[in-house]
Design a protein. Structure first.
Length: 439
């Protein structure tokens, strides 16, 4: 299976000869179906009014859809070449452009169910707003790549599984464990100082990039001799007035608990509704329905949406309504672990309309293993880890890859459903999957 640069070994550093070209809300990307804007939503946390303004932008300026990304952000597609100023005005009015110079670096994921379920884990959501404000106020942070990622995990292991560059996890009473890249190089800081320490870790990375003379976008791309050190991070924090200590090796094995579709009982008598958007794409009618339920949504890095604060007595009816609207509301849905890149006609490099092909066979190709459809060898948006079926469009059909098996080349259309179903039941990898994927 292909490795992404963030997962590459330090023995094989990635060499960059240019800055990253990640799209943003102000830097639009030209695609075959028009221009694309990527709007960063730190922690995936979005108020209802801002969500409705995004829907208005999609209808007025785009193709009437909103795409969810693997970092809990939103993309608008089909934009006109001259709409940039109007879009920026709409987003600024929604509070989604607090610092235009920093809008591409506001890449923060957090545990979507933090503070919303009954696991009793610390609520890390207040860290999101604080870190975002610190990022936007830091001149140095504007130099981060649009791919640099912060993960604020409440201890369930969901977002620390995403190979983020800077990770924060609560560690006992009033402490947080912080690491940049390698969890063996963690430091302990107070919970109060955690967002400030996370920003300091990112600035340490930028200094390491300058010292190395590279143009690394991610921590994992630094040459081995410039790898970030927990001891040096602790010293930098101390110099900045933040009390920090090198952490002992973390003995705990965190299970990865991603949100299941359905009703999530909360600690305060209300519940949250957790749904997924098939292939991460919603129409504006679906989006508005979600935004109107309680005036709050949380977007997940798994192309899902959590609606918090739903009164328990209306939750079942509300969830049924979302199912009728075409959203995934049950954990046994065949769409639960199926993802795809944009494919044709939106991407010039794609060799197939992967979303149409996925819709044609998913009901007949169920299985526990995740599957990702790619329109070309770049495999944009593929899942993290190795336990997934990799379908790559070629001029001769789809190549089908699953770890531990020889690839099937050029699978014809009439054999695709059967071949994919067989691959999704690969017994030799199934026993290594997290419980949340096997369900």
């Amino acid at each position: 299976m292909p490795q992404s640069p963030s997962a590459a070994s330090r023995d094989e550093p990635v060499i960059r000869d240019r800055g990253d070209a990640c799209p943003g809300a102000l830097r639009l990307h030209a695609a075959d179906d028009g221009f694309l804007a990527r709007v960063r939503i730190p922690g995936g946390m979005l108020g209802g009014a801002a969500a409705l303004l995004l829907a208005d932008a999609a209808d007025r300026l785009g193709d009437g859809h909103l795409d969810l990304t693997s970092r809990g952000n939103v993309q608008l597609r089909g934009l006109g070449e001259s709409c940039g100023g109007e879009l920026a005005g709409l987003l600024a009015g929604a509070g989604l452009l607090p610092a235009p110079t920093h809008e591409r670096v506001r890449n923060i994921v957090s545990s979507p169910l933090a503070g919303l379920d009954r696991l009793g884990l610390p609520d890390v959501s207040p860290w999101v707003a604080e870190l975002d404000a610190l990022l936007c106020a830091s001149d140095a942070a504007a130099g981060l790549s649009g791919r640099f990622l912060f993960a604020l995990d409440d201890g369930r292991g969901d977002v620390t599984s995403l190979a983020a560059d800077v990770n924060l996890v609560p560690d006992g009473d009033d402490r947080a464990r912080l690491w940049a890249g390698d969890p063996r190089e963690a430091v302990l800081v107070s919970s109060q100082d955690a967002p400030r320490a996370a920003l300091a870790a990112a600035e340490y990375f930028l200094d390491a990039v300058r010292e190395a003379g590279t143009r690394a976008w991610r921590v994992a791309e630094l040459p081995p001799e410039h790898a970030l050190s927990g001891a040096r991070l602790a010293q930098r924090l101390a110099d900045a007035g933040v009390c920090a200590a090198v952490a002992a090796t973390d003995p705990s094995a965190r299970s990865v608990r991603t949100p299941e579709p359905g009703i999530v009982p909360g600690p305060d008598g209300t519940v949250s509704l957790s749904v997924l958007a098939p292939l991460g794409r919603l129409g504006t009618a679906q989006w508005r329905r979600l935004a109107a339920l309680t005036g709050r949504v949380r977007l997940t890095p798994w192309r899902g949406i959590v609606v918090p604060g739903v009164p328990g007595h209306v939750a079942a009816a509300a969830l049924a309504g979302l199912a009728e609207a075409g959203l995934v509301t049950a954990p046994d849905s065949p769409w639960r672990s199926v993802t795809a890149c944009t494919g044709k006609p939106g991407c010039a490099k794609a060799l197939a309309d992967v979303r149409a092909d996925a819709r044609a066979v998913t009901e007949r190709a169920r299985g526990p293993l995740a599957v990702h459809w790619s329109g070309c060898e770049r495999r944009c948006g593929h899942p993290r880890g190795s336990a997934w079926v990799d379908l790559v469009a070629t001029p001769a059909g789809y190549d089908l890859h699953v770890e531990g098996r020889a690839p099937r080349r050029g699978v014809p259309e009439h054999e695709l459903a059967a071949a994919l179903a067989d691959a999704r039941h690969a017994d030799h990898v199934r026993h290594n999957l997290p419980d949340s994927v096997q369900k």
